[in-house]
Unconditional design. Sequence first.
Length: 119
Amino acid sequence: MSDFKIHHREGEGVNVLELKGYLDAHTAPDLENAFQQLLNEKRYRIVVNFKDLSYISSAGLGVFMAYIEDVRKNKGDIKLTNMTPKVYNVFDLLGFPILYEIYKDEKEAIGKFKDGKKQ
């Protein structure tokens, strides 16, 4: 049994998903559901905070790839923040820093939405 939690909150017109625990093949559907709910509600300004995520598998990475196109098609973005070195290395190995904006802290990522005025 995997320990994984998602906490969603909204502030300043940006939706923040805080991930905690292990994101793997068993828990990836939970993240898919969270992204799908945001899209259904036409919320396209998304920050994912990895501060409490201790592990991510290829299945978890696949969730990000599955939703980024739809989010950007609607003039939004998914920005990533607060990664531990271990989690960042997984993203880096697969070239994600080229596809996603990754910030050290959540406040900076939220600020980038204000600067860019993306929806």
